[in-house]
Each structure stands twice: as C-alpha cells, then as structure tokens.
Design a protein around this ligand. Structure first.
Ligand code: ADP
Ligand code: MG
Length: 700
C-alpha cells in the first residue's frame, strides 16, 4: 500500500514561525538558563516541600519536563547528599549514561566525579560521587550485598511507567527498605497519568504533578496499511526535508538492523538528490540511536545541527520517554517496537516485533510537540490504532522469563515467590516455568531451594545459562576458554559488516571460522586479537569492532574478579576445544536442535523449526551436524539460531537434566534414566504443590 497523507499548508506556515523561534533556544541560552526554563523549575520549592514532608512520593510529569535531570540536583541542593547519596534508576542503559553526562555538565563536574553512572560491567562512579544514575538492574544487584541500601539517602525510581522487570521487582524490595529505614526517601516518577497504582502500592502516598507545557501535534494516519515501513519512513522523511518548514525529524523503528537500513537508505537518497539537483539541497544530519550504539555516537543526537541543516534521528523506543531531544517538530511512527516475550510454545524468551500500545503511540507523537506545534506521521491506519493496538503496554514481568529474578529472590531468602509483594504478580505459569528451567540447569533443588551451584550462579551478573556455562568450565577444567566465550556473548557482535564492503568483510570473518561452532569462532577471534597484542589496527584490518573487543576484555576481567572471589582457578584446556563444546552444551541443552534438512533444524524438546543463520560458521563444516545447541533464537523472516555449536548426541543425554547425579554416582545409563524420571516426577509434584498453595491463597 502507498502511504498517503494530506498536508495542511496553514499549519506548516504556523510551524515555520514557531520553529525558527524555538530552535535557537539551546544555542543562545546558557545551561543555567536552560535549567530554569524547564517546567519542573516553576514548582521546585513546592516539590521539595512535599518531599520533606513525606517518605515516599510519586512525581508525574510530561517527558522533557526535567524529572530525570533536575530532581537529583534539587535533592542535592536541598541537603540530601550531606549524609548519603542520591541514586536514580533507569530501565535503559543508554539513558543512564546520557543523563549522567548531561547532569555532570550542568553541575560543571567531570563525569564520574560528583555525578556518575553504573550499568552492568561499567562503573563510572568514584569516591566523590553523590548523584549516581544506574540501571534498575544494578540497584537490584546492590540489594544482594546491602539489603538496606544504607549508602543511599534517596532513591529516585525513574521511568516507572515503563514497568521494566527489574523496576517491578525493586518496587517490592524498596517497599521493605522504606519500612525499615525512616531516614530513607523514595521518589517514583512516571511520564504518564496512571500513577495512582504506584501511589496505592506504597499506601496512598501523595502524587505530585508537574504542570505540562506542550504544543498541539497534528496527527496524520496512513490511508492504507503499509507494507514496507522502512521504505515508507524514508520517503516521508525525504518529503519533509524537501518541502516542510525547519524542525528536526524523529523516526521510530524497532531495532538496530532497521535503523541501519533506514539511515543507509536516507543517505543514499540524499546523495542522489544532491547529484541531480542544481540548486543546493539543505543538509540532512542522519543520526541513529539504539542501545548497542557506542556512547560517543549516542551523544551525537544532542549536538546542534549547523545553520540551515536539519537533524533526522532514527531511534528505537528509547526516544519514546527515556531521552528527550529538543527541536523535534516531525515524528514518523512505524507503530512497531521490539519486545522480549516469553513464548510458552518454545519454552523461552524471544525478541519479537509487536505493534506498540496506544499509550506508547501517543508518547511517540508527543515528542513532536515539545518545543512548538508539530506533526506526527503514523505509518498505520486510524483503524489499526483504534482496533488493533492495546491501550497500555503489558508489564515485562507478565511476559518474560523470570530465571534471573527467581535466582535473585531465592538468594534474598524469599522462599515462596508467590508471597513476594509484586505490584502485578507474574502469571504463576511464568514462575513455574522459570523455576523448572533453573532446576534443569541444576540451580534449584527438588524442593525449590538454591543448590550450591545456584548460589554460585547468583554471584554473576549473567543470565542463568551463561553463569552455568562458566561454572561448568570449572568442572571440565576450561575456565579460561569459557570465560572468553561468555564475555564475547555479553557484548554486541564484534564483526563489522559495512554494506558497501559486505563480501570483503564476510571473507574476513570466514577466516576466523571454527567449523564446529560459532561460540568457538568467537573464542578464536579473541585469542588471535590477544596474540596480536590487543591491537586496534589489527581489528580494522580484519573487519572487527575494536570497541566491542575492548568491551569484551573489560567484561572478562570483571568476571575473572568474581571467579577469584569464589576461589575458582583459571584452568585451561589448551587446544582441546571439544571440552569447551561440552561446557557450552551443558548450559544450552534446553536450546538444542536436531537436523531435519539442509540448514533446517527442529528444537529437540518441542519440535519448533529453527534455522542455521546464513552467517554461521557451521556451514564451513561441509556438512550440517545432526545436533546443535544455540545461544538464542531470533525471529525475523524465519526462526534463526543465533550462535550455534555442533554437539554430540550422547552429550545431550549425559549433560541433560541430571548431569550432576551421573557425575557423582557414576550410575549406568538405565539407572540414570530412572533416576531422572523420578526427579522429574518429584519436581512436578513440587510444582503441583505450589499450584495448590496458590489456589489456596486465592480462595482465602
Ligand atoms: P524528563 O525526565 O522529565 O523526561 P529530562 O530531565 O530528561 O526530562 O530532560 C530535561 C531537558 O534536558 C530536556 O529538554 C532535554 O532535551 C535536556 N537533556 C537531557 N539530556 C540531555 C543531553 N545529554 N544533552 C543535552 N540536553 C539534554
Ligand atoms: Mg526522564
């Protein structure tokens, strides 16, 4: 279908006037004048008064009103940092980094000094830090070490409306901290109006509204459903750039690949246009932003475009509420977003593309009305908005695997997870599935308590299977090798594949292939980089992202510290990498697949189809192995196995659920099978008991 909008000429003229007035704002005003212009500034004293009088409050304000950047500073100015620090949690790592940087500039201090941030594997705070931005996951892990969070005087739980999994768990944990520590304050912020729920959860605490200052946004729908939204968005952006008044453009896409494709297509169109147009074409600054983008490139979205140039930011839903860029007058909304969803049919989480909710679509549109009246082009029909979109997003806790949460809560001695104070309890089936998976990995005992393996797994800020792989390295004496693989899996892909040099870069990648395994290929890359003295030039020659590899090296050293603390020696298997494949198999047998046709597999447990990714090293074997395990399944046009390793079928039998009992008692396969069956029955019984208990609670 063609996307077809009607333009309103009068509206464009009005906007042009507005646009010129406001887009100069950031250029001409000092940082402190900018601070005073924010809506939150007009209610600063009132807000501080309410905070003084209450232990917990909820703050509601439009995106861009100054909640994230100003609240922490106000608290500092009001004396809360004289005994303790102010923490502020973010569901997204990009937001934590970017906002910390901004606030350090506003306070005229180096990032990492008075103002710092912490995200997984990256701590940019120091002894002087009094305002600490961090992901909600980081604060959650801090509660493992210090359940009262004694170093914090105030915690701001920002972006609560996002209802991220970790934020939801923090709600329950911080509620207890509030009850135990009278000197502790909690501020929950939300960009949307349904904050009553947060208030109720903490016992009807006050809700403070920051008055809004927004401009009308003209919303235009596509007349018919759009088949290729990347193409449609590119076309729309070009039309705006050529025909509409000044003002920057913000495009919402679902993820990195689409963002890159969009940016590439935009750059191409601009090039064509420049070469075919005689009179000059105004410059278009094309700026991608997504969570895996390196920080220095992320920061570019805030830079001012030169005179006469227009910015076009292409973003994931990170730009929905977490980050605010001034000067956006046009929003192009595809209506889609990526969400991690537990798929019961597959028995695992999968990142899938879904239509966003109406609330999210409205947030997206609102981004065009921050500095003046704007326009939002929706690349979907009005009827899709009305009839196909959910009114609100489903909280993450309701839709994802809870493996990490279960481990964490168990280690906090919360024996019965069904008793935990969740704002919206996860479906019992999710809890049980996650417990089952942990039990299969050997982290939970038959009665649902943490095993010694489980206790060790909690120490690592990793998903349970990766932690298991690391700990299997201990048993199989290949910690050194597995550590590298786990680190490489914890960073974005290190392979660099520019579109205009695709063949050349593919050939470079193939040189690293270890035909049995994509995991071992990663190990090979890292070891060769090391053998070349970790040189950046070497990376460039081999089409590898030096930043990614450096990050992997950092992650590796942090995980090594944890291994040292647990007194696990750094054993190595040398060149015998079959052992490493066995360790990989032990962590991922739930993601095992059986060969069905060339490159075609089915999941061994549930028969779901899955395919080798075209970039897999396994094609180098010359034949496709009968059994593989894989890191994760990516759903695009097909179900692709991301990062696969060939395994021996007997490993799957041996390492499957009861690996530990086999190793310990050396029973015959038959006895082993019998025992396995018994333990499975015991676990099922346990699950059944839990279910009955829950039913009992519900009846009461
Ligand atoms: P809220 O949390 O209420 O959505 P913020 O505190 O994030 O609002 O944003 C307040 C203002 O600070 C916005 O105008 C935004 O553009 C600006 N801002 C935030 N981060 C940066 C940054 N890294 N660089 C420049 N400006 C920023
Ligand atoms: Mg914010």
């Amino acid at each position: 279908g063609e996307v077809d909008f009607k333009e309103d000429a009068r509206f464009s003229k009005h906007m042009k006037e507005k646009g010129e007035a406001v887009s100069d704002f950031a250029k001409t005003k000092t940082i402190s004048q900018q601070r005073q212009y924010l809506p939150i500034y007009s209610v600063r004293d009132e807000l501080l008064q309410v905070i003084r009088e209450n232990q917990v409050i909820v703050v509601v304000g439009e995106t861009g009103s100054g909640k994230t950047t100003q609240l922490t500073q106000y608290l500092h100015e009001d004396g809360y940092t004289t005994n303790g620090i102010v923490g502020c949690t973010q569901p997204r790592r990009v937001a934590a980094m970017s906002v910390a940087k901004r606030v350090s500039e506003e306070m005229e201090t180096e990032l990492g000094d008075l103002v710092g941030y912490a995200i997984r594997f990256e701590d940019e705070t120091g002894p002087n830090t009094i305002i600490k931005y961090m992901t909600d996951g980081v604060l959650l892990r801090e509660t493992l070490k210090d359940s009262d969070l004694d170093k914090y005087r105030v915690v701001v739980m920002d972006e609560a409306h996002e209802r991220s999994l970790n934020t939801d768990v923090l709600f329950g944990i911080l509620k207890k901290v509030v009850a135990r520590r009278r000197d502790f304050k909690l501020i929950v912020t939300s960009a949307t109006l349904n904050a009553q729920k947060f208030s109720n959860f903490f016992g009807s605490v006050p809700i403070f509204h920051i008055p809004g200052r927004t401009f009308p946004v003209n919303i235009l729908y596509s007349k018919s459903p759009c088949e290729d939204y990347v193409e449609a968005a590119v076309k729309q952006a070009m039309t705006i750039h050529i025909t509409s008044a000044p003002g920057d453009i913000l495009i919402f896409m679902t993820g990195q690949d689409e963002i890159e494709a969009t940016c590439y297509a935009l750059a191409e169109r601009m090039e064509q246009l420049v070469s075919t147009t005689k009179k000059g074409v105004p410059k278009l600054l094309i700026l991608p932003i997504y969570s895996q983008l390196p920080a220095d490139l992320q920061a570019k979205i805030f830079e001012k475009a030169e005179e006469g140039a227009r910015k076009c930011i292409v973003a994931t839903n990170i730009a929905e509420t977490s980050l605010t860029v001034d000067g956006i007058f046009y929003v192009i909304d595809t209506g889609y977003g990526k969400m991690k969803v537990y798929n019961p049919r597959m028995g695992m989480d999968a990142l899938q593309v879904f239509p966003v909710s109406r609330a999210a679509a409205d947030q997206r549109a609102g981004r065009a009305g921050r500095t003046g009246p704007g326009t939002c082009y929706r690349l979907y029909t009005e009827s899709a908005y009305q009839n196909e979109m959910l009114p609100n997003p489903v909280p993450e806790i309701q839709r994802t695997n809870l493996g990490n949460v279960v481990l964490l809560l168990k280690s906090l001695k919360i024996e019965n997870l069904l008793d935990f104070d969740f704002m919206d309890p996860p479906p019992q089936e999710n809890i049980l599935n996650s417990m089952y998976q942990l039990w299969v990995l050997g982290a939970l005992s038959n009665v649902g308590g943490l095993t010694s393996l489980g206790w060790k797994m909690v120490e690592f800020p990793l998903d349970p299977p990766l932690a298991k792989m690391l700990l299997m390295g201990e048993q199989l004496e290949c910690v050194n090798e597995v550590l590298t693989i786990v680190s490489m899996l914890s960073v974005p892909s290190v392979f660099f594949r520019p579109k205009d040099r695709a063949e050349e870069s593919d050939a470079a990648r193939e040189k690293f292939f270890v035909p049995e395994s994509d995991h071992l290929t990663l190990l090979n890359v890292y070891q060769q980089w090391k053998a070349n003295d970790y040189r950046g030039g070497w990376c460039n020659d081999h089409f590898l992202h030096v930043k990614g590899l450096k990050k992997a090296r950092e992650v590796r050293s942090q995980l090594l510290d944890i291994l040292k603390m647990l007194k696990i020696p750094l054993t190595s298997c040398g060149p015998d990498w079959d052992i490493v494949r066995k360790a990989i198999c032990s962590a991922y047998f739930h993601n095992s697949a059986r060969l069905k046709g060339v490159g075609e597999y089915v999941n061994s447990r549930n028969g779901m189809p899955c395919h080798l990714h075209p970039s897999s090293a396994l094609y180098g074997l010359g034949y496709t192995p009968d059994y593989v395990v894989y890191h994760e399944l990516i759903l695009t046009t097909k179900e692709y196995m991301q990062c696969a390793t060939a395994v021996e079928p007997q490993w799957l039998a041996e390492l499957g659920p009861m690996f530990f009992s086999v190793k310990e008692s050396d029973t015959s396969l038959l006895e082993h099978k019998k025992k396995q069956k018994e333990e499975k029955t015991a676990m099922e019984q346990e699950m059944e008991n839990l279910r009955n208990e829950q039913a009992e609670i519900e009846r009461r």
